[in-house]
Design a protein around this ligand. Structure first.
Ligand code: FES
Length: 146
């Protein structure tokens, strides 16, 4: 946040930095950002809950963001989400019971040419079928194997 200069305009960047550092945005982080930037707490919370990229809950060992922007939607994002729900038993915003995989949705991650796109642990992956997405998620290493 020091790098961002503590300006009001730095709110989204600060939320990104906090989530990247801690994996999610808890009350303590949001209060700190509010105080540091001089932004009302209600504004910080509103921004953090408006953008689907941000999460207020701890995430599993791996995260899978399914892009549901227009290009991805047209190319099968809905089928991918449905298949993840069937195989992993979790909806967007949830984490598997073994804490291995969390799934989220986002609106256009900027890679429409390879739609449908998922982002697994920060890496863009495109043009996968729903079955291939599930295979990829099931093959992610567990805990100490990473
Ligand atoms: S709509 Fe999914 S990357 Fe643009």
């Amino acid at each position: 946040m020091r790098r961002l200069g503590g300006s009001y305009d730095a709110l989204i960047e600060s939320l990104h930095a906090a989530q990247e550092a801690f994996g999610y945005l808890d009350d303590e982080a949001m209060l700190f950002i509010s105080d540091y930037l001089g932004v009302p707490r209600s504004r910080v919370f509103a921004v953090a809950t408006f953008y689907s990229y941000f999460t207020l809950k701890p995430q599993g060992e791996h995260t899978c963001v399914v892009c549901t922007g227009t290009a991805c939607y047209i190319n099968g994002a809905g089928a991918i989400r449905k298949r993840i729900e069937q195989e992993l038993g979790i909806k967007s915003g949830e984490t598997t019971a073994d804490n291995r995989v969390s799934t989220l949705t986002a609106r256009c991650v900027g890679a429409c040419s390879i739609a449908p796109v998922i982002v697994v642990d920060g890496e863009l992956v495109g043009k996968l079928s729903p079955d291939e997405v599930v295979q990829l998620l099931m093959a992610l290493p567990k805990g100490a194997d990473q």
